[in-house]
Design a protein around this ligand. Structure first.
Ligand SMILES: O=C(O)CCC(=O)C(=O)O
Ligand SMILES: [Fe+2]
Length: 284
């Protein structure tokens, strides 16, 4: 649906542009049926959603609210090997009845399919593991944006350069409904901010070390993409999404891989694998 689709380019050229820009758009990577299957899957999960009331609150400084917040903190910090639901402010009415979550996080449940394997092989990943996956609804008229960030801020590895995001458009993503924006080439300057676990019992449960660089709006380019398209996101490329001011939702399924060969996953990351569920390998 958008002109000058990079699909027309040769695979070699496209990989070249991933290394240069820090992101790559692959139109028509998944079929409409595959996208719809992912959407159906999420609706089955939502239908069985059960979020404990104490995990539905916002962090607060009042003592009573802090006790509740400890529940939410645990809910967040222990989400690594489970499917967990996260909400925007104010989506619960006074009876605690829930609406659609803003995001569902969970590990590996839709991450392993044949198309993803192809990407891993193409990029010559030797031991890719799935560290995180997220279904983002970005519903219509959602006045919340995703601020400029680098994924390595949240998913830190040594050395850097081992994290790759796969962002799948399950609906058309346009400037109106909050497509991704990137600063091309911004993946080569390292990171200046990390989100780490705070000492146990501390509220909030995570804290930032360092600060994000300042970016100008003019540095970003919008990257609209049709349903079924895939965007590869280098772990250090700066990206964001604006609010969805339109009447159309923007569902995406996004997950992050780590090349586990010769890489150490930071013990300070908020997200930790568990003995029961270590990060699942992409290739079996
Ligand atoms: O979809 C969005 O708005 C943000 C997603 C994102 O930052 C990511 O997948 O790394
Ligand atoms: Fe991101």
């Amino acid at each position: 649906c958008f002109s000058n689709s990079p699909s027309a380019l040769t695979p070699q050229f496209r990989l070249c542009s991933f290394h240069e820009d820090g992101f790559l758009v692959l139109e028509e990577f998944f079929t409409t049926e595959e996208c719809d299957a992912m959407r159906e899957q999420i609706h089955k999960i939502i239908a069985k959603m059960d979020v404990p009331p104490h995990c539905r609150t916002e962090f607060s400084t009042s003592e009573e609210e802090q006790l509740k917040a400890q529940g939410s903190a645990d809910y967040f910090l222990t989400s690594g090997d489970k499917i967990r639901f996260f909400f925007e402010k104010g989506v619960f009415d006074e009876k605690g009845k829930s609406y659609l979550p803003s995001a569902v996080m969970g590990l590996g449940w839709m991450g392993r399919n044949i198309s993803s394997l192809l990407v891993g092989r193409k990029l010559a990943l030797e031991k890719p593991v799935v560290v995180q996956s997220m279904y983002i609804f970005k519903v219509q008229c959602l006045l919340v944006s995703v601020r400029p960030h680098q994924d390595a801020t949240f998913l830190y590895t040594e050395p850097l350069g081992r994290v790759l995001g796969l962002w799948i458009a399950l609906e058309n993503a346009t400037q109106e409904n909050g497509c991704l924006w990137f600063i091309p080439g911004s993946h080569t300057n390292g990171i200046t901010r990390r989100m780490v676990r705070a000492p146990p019992g501390t509220i909030p449960c995570t804290q930032f070390v360092g600060s994000e660089r300042t970016y100008q709006d003019s540095q970003f380019i919008p990257v609209p993409i049709c349903k079924g398209g895939l965007i590869l996101i280098h772990g250090e490329v700066v990206h964001k999404s604006e609010l969805n001011s339109s009447e159309r939702s923007r569902h995406v399924y996004t997950f992050h891989l780590m090349e586990a060969k010769d890489t150490s996953w930071s013990k300070e990351n908020w997200l930790q694998p568990t003995p029961e569920l270590p990060f699942p390998p992409l290739y079996t």
